[in-house]
Structures are given as structure tokens and as C-alpha cells.
Design a protein around this ligand. Structure first.
Ligand code: SF4
Ligand code: SF4
Length: 298
């Protein structure tokens, strides 16, 4: 039977997620809980309800969403729609009746064949530019069996394959089910200190560091390490220098840094995300340069 995965976005014509023109597929579900998560809609494995209060005008609406909600998660208080996420069972009924798109269910189930045909349509562009398909998330490796079938199909059609991973996967399954079908791995590395990792991502970093160590030993394809620069968390001199020493010991000489982008803060209210991290400024060129020099001088 065709396996299915829950996917929250498919972006065509991307250029940041690998060589050439690409299509990036965002899979839902992530084992980490990073306090600065840029894609909070990708954390839960199943559907996520988006509520954009700025599009909701109860005074000018017959409130079909409240009538549709059997869980009584939606109520009218002080002429405002109140959404109780604790009560919501993500059935999605309200989203189907909200003509203003104030309520929307993010994501959909797709089978391997359905996803394959959606992305393969751009093969002429991939061929002309050396591009292909990148699986992202969330953490796409949580859908290992699905990805195995999907990548196998892409490779059989001659399409370049890449993944973006946070490194939190079972290495045995990864090397058996995914590695043979991959052309490129983007491996995100965040924190070198275990206690800091537990505090800021909800998990120990030991499996992640071990997986990168093992990949560096056996992978015959490029493994590109990327470090998200998160002010006050990953973008500290101590962390960056510790990561640089770790990478040097593995023989990895090149890394990419991903400067902080605060635009994710708009999603906090929309997806009901609970986090204390609220840094709201882009990094300056001087701050980014300082981070890079910290690593170079380690
Ligand atoms: S969420 Fe949509 S259907 Fe519900 S009150 Fe607001 S605009 Fe109307
Ligand atoms: S998704 Fe279902 S339970 Fe949640 S608010 Fe909408 S109708 Fe209610």
C-alpha cells in the first residue's frame, strides 16, 4: 500500500535548499522543541489549525465556525472570537466554513505517488539547472519509510535528492533507508553543550553529535553543516568555538551559518506557540562577521 505523510508546504522554484532550481517539501513532525523554531506549524505530526485574528470579523459574520465546532473550542466573547486550543481536536470543520480564511487547517496527507507527481512536473527545470528535490520540515526523517519510497522513485527518474535534517534520527535506519538514495545532506548543528541543548531544544545533543560523527566517517555524498545563529543561544562565542573545535576534530573544514530571522514571531499567535524567546531584530553584518570570526579563531 502507498504510504502517506503529512506535509505542510511544497515550495517550487526555491534556490536556497540545494543546487539549481528545486522543490522543497516540508514534512510535519519534529522531535525537538527549539525555543526559536521558525516553522512552528511543522512541530506537530498531524494537522495544525491556524487562526489569524486580523482576518476574523465576528460583527460581520454569521459565525458558522462556532456552529461547526463540536468541541466547543470557539466562542464569542466581547464581540471577539476566542479560540481555546486546549479543547480543539484539529477536526478542521471550522476551517471549511470560514470564508475569510481566518481559520485554516495547515497541511495535508499525501501518498508517495501523489507527492512524486507533484514534484516531478518540474523535472525539465531541475535538469536544466542541476536542481532537484529537497525534503525539509519539521524533521523529515521522522517519516523514514515514506522518504525511502519517495527518494527511490526520484532517483529512478534521475532527480537529484537532498534533505535538511536536525540530526535527530536513528542512524541504523537512516543509513539503510535513506543514505543510498541521497545526493546531499544539510545537517543543522545548534549547540555543543548538552545542558544548553536540553534547555533550548528539549533534547540532549548527544545523538545529534554522534550521528554527524558517524556520517562524516561513512557518507560518500556531501554533508554540509549549517549553524543557525540565534542571538543569546547558539550565537555565543563559547558555543561557536566549541562547535568549531568539534567540527575540526571530525575533519569538517567548511560550515554555513544561517543568520537569525525574526519574522517567525508573526506565527506565535497564529499557531498558539508558547515560548519565552522573543528576540525581534535581524542580526547586523558586524554581528554575523563576529560569529564567523569566533569560529575561525577557535
Ligand atoms: S473565524 Fe471565520 S467564520 Fe469564524 S467568526 Fe471569524 S470570520 Fe467568521
Ligand atoms: S478544528 Fe475542529 S475542534 Fe478545532 S476549533 Fe475547528 S471545529 Fe473546533
Amino acid at each position: 500500500m502507498d504510504s502517506k505523510a503529512y506535509i505542510f508546504d511544497i515550495k517550487r522554484n526555491t534556490s536556497e535548499d540545494g543546487p539549481g532550481i528545486r522543490t522543497t517539501v516540508f514534512f510535519k513532525g519534529c522531535p525537538l522543541r527549539c525555543s526559536w523554531c521558525q516553522n512552528p506549524e511543522g512541530i506537530a505530526s498531524g494537522p495544525s489549525l491556524s487562526f489569524r485574528a486580523e482576518l476574523c470579523h465576528p460583527d460581520d459574520c454569521e459565525l458558522p465556525c462556532i456552529k461547526a465546532c463540536k468541541a466547543k473550542a470557539l466562542t464569542l466573547q466581547d464581540r471577539q472570537l476566542r479560540f481555546d486550543r486546549e479543547r480543539c481536536d484539529q477536526c478542521g470543520r471550522c476551517a471549511t466554513v470560514c470564508s475569510r480564511h481566518a481559520l485554516e487547517q495547515v497541511g495535508l496527507w499525501l501518498g508517495v505517488d501523489e507527492l512524486f507527481y507533484r514534484v516531478a512536473i518540474d523535472k525539465p527545470f531541475f535538469d536544466a539547472t542541476g536542481g532537484g528535490v529537497t525534503a525539509s520540515g519539521g524533521e523529515c526523517t521522522m517519516q523514514m519509510n515514506f522518504l525511502h519510497e519517495f527518494f527511490k522513485k526520484l532517483k529512478a527518474t534521475g532527480i537529484h535528492t537532498a534533505i535538511e535534517t536536525n540530526g535527530m534520527f536513528n542512524f541504523g535506519r537512516f543509513s539503510r533507508l535513506l543514505l543510498p538514495w541521497l545526493d546531499l545532506i544539510y545537517f543543522d548543528l545548534k549547540l555543543i553543550d548538552e545542558a544548553a541543548s536540553i534547555l533550548h531544544t528539549g533534547h540532549s545533543n548527544r545523538p545529534i553529535l554522534d550521528n554527524l560523527r558517524r556520517l562524516a566517517e561513512i557518507a560518500k555524498i556531501p554533508v554540509e553543516v549549517r549553524i543557525p545563529l540565534i542571538p543569546g543561544i547558539t550565537a555565543t562565542e563559547a558555543n561557536l568555538q566549541g562547535l568549531a573545535v568539534f567540527l575540526r576534530d571530525l575533519g569538517i573544514k567548511q560550515v554555513n551559518v544561517l543568520p537569525y530571522n525574526p519574522l517567525w514571531l508573526d506565527k506565535l499567535q497564529r499557531f498558539g506557540v508558547d515560548t519565552e524567546y522573543r528576540h525581534d531584530a535581524f542580526m547586523s553584518d558586524a554581528q554575523i562577521k563576529h560569529c564567523i570570526e569566533s569560529m575561525q579563531n577557535a
